[in-house]
Design a protein around this ligand. Structure first.
Ligand SMILES: C[S@@+](CC[C@H](N)C(=O)[O-])C[C@H]1O[C@@H](n2cnc3c(N)ncnc32)[C@H](O)[C@@H]1O
Ligand SMILES: [Zn+2]
Length: 386
């Protein structure tokens, strides 16, 4: 049966861990009552491993491809229950999910990747552009989204946004991917690890033959599928403005993609056990994820595993290490490696990737509200599987 998810299913693999370092890797089969002509968005059903019979649910269009589904759903209950109607939740986990939801605290933690405020910041970073805003000004709902609707705006924020917003990692990666596609004469098959709300896909679309985004945040994947693929979404698209009015009060309309071609999809998964076929991708992207891992050396190893020979791994990061992670990392680095950028490149080389290109400091802006703009400086590099 052809379907939107069916077009993706052949690239997916079972993420069940057999031993800590070894995944089942079996092919997955789609089981759903939904029918229609391709590309079709499957809203609910299951993916079943043909090798070990493990089952993975599809909830509100999101395939949950993790080793321990029950544990995942409970620890990500906020994002799951925001996007999935209660009637569609798996019966066998329902009671635990409702209990977990009743124990949720009022949102205040900025790092909570299932929270509406954090996903809103990424949504802006991934989908809003200054140039697009200025050219569609007047007719769009996102007219000058960085300026307050009432009261005076900040001249400094205005000038920083205008100068740097459109020239961050996405723009640089687009240039590199165009060069690769031009050189090889072919469109690229891409996996993005820790893709968040998925905005990079839209930037690269014209150069790609296929794209699969994997992230552990249910809220981000549900939102990303709506914005990048144009599939239905139950919530409103809200971003912060003046916090006196509430955390996210400016509604955006007209941002979501309007066509669904079946070559791209986003799934929930763990980048350390990616539900993807090994050795097949031309390009494996991982932006701003390495400093979130307990063992950062795993990321380039996974990129290497997923790439075909000659394929390219792209990574970026502002390296906001937890001290526990940094101290472990210091123990394994050679004496001459003394900064984070050199450390990440060294880890990549050790994993079998040859660093070909880099930008050492690239501004990456986060708009937090009309009186707060965060500036990160990320290191971005591209490495080839030798
Ligand atoms: C700092 S955000 C970056 C998001 C996006 N790549 C970007 O650069 O805007 C890190 C992302 O990695 C995801 N993430 C963290 N650990 C992960 C894991 N083990 N598996 C999959 N995704 C993970 C988070 O949910 C989050 O979306
Ligand atoms: Zn399996």
């Amino acid at each position: 049966m052809p379907s939107m998810l069916n077009t993706t299913v052949s690239r997916l693999r079972c993420p069940r861990r057999k031993k800590p370092q070894s995944l089942c890797g079996g092919m997955l089969k789609l089981s759903t009552k939904e029918t229609g002509s391709a590309p079709l968005e499957i809203r609910s059903g299951r993916l079943v491993c043909e090798k070990c019979n493990a089952e993975f649910p599809i909830l509100a269009g999101v395939a949950v491809l993790v080793h321990d589904v029950r544990n995942y759903l409970i620890s990500h209950v906020k994002g799951v229950m925001q996007a999935v109607p209660e009637a569609e939740l798996p019966r066998d986990h329902l009671r635990d999910l409702l209990t977990a939801r009743s124990e949720l605290q009022v949102e205040h933690i900025e790092e909570d990747l299932e929270s509406a405020r954090v996903t809103a910041l990424y949504l802006m970073n991934h989908y809003l552009r200054v140039e697009k805003t200025e050219t569609t000004s007047g007719s769009s709902s996102f007219e000058r989204w960085w300026s307050p609707r009432t009261g005076e705006g900040s001249p400094l924020i205005d000038s920083l946004v205008r100068e740097h917003w459109d020239r961050g990692p996405f723009a640089q990666i687009k240039t590199w991917v165009r060069e690769i596609a031009g050189r090889t004469g072919s469109r690229q098959s891409v996996v993005e690890l820790g893709c968040g709300v998925g905005g990079l896909y839209g930037e690269l679309k014209t150069e790609l033959s296929s794209y699969l985004g994997v992230d552990s945040s249910f809220a981000s994947i549900a939102l990303g599928r709506h914005l990048a693929l144009g599939v239905p979404y139950s919530g409103k698209i809200l971003i912060p403005e003046d916090l006196l009015q509430g955390p996210v009060t400016r509604e955006l309309t007209g941002l979501a993609a309007t066509s669904l071609d079946g070559t791209a999809d986003f799934v929930v998964g763990d980048l350390e056990a990616p539900p993807v076929e090994a050795g097949q991708s031309d390009l494996v992207l991982a932006l701003n994820a390495i400093d979130m891992l307990e063992d950062p050396s795993v990321l380039p190893q996974i990129q290497n595993l997923l790439l075909r020979k000659g394929g390219t791994a792209i990574q970026s990061c502002p390296y906001i290490w937890h001290e526990a992670v940094a101290s472990q990392l210091r123990k394994i680095l050679p004496r001459e490696i003394r900064d984070s950028a050199a450390a990440a490149e060294w880890l990549s080389e050790k994993a079998g990737l040859k660093v070909m290109k880099r930008v050492n400091h690239l501004p990456w802006l986060f708009f937090k509200h009309v009186r707060q703009l965060e500036i990160y400086s990320v290191h971005l590099f591209a490495a080839t599987k030798t």
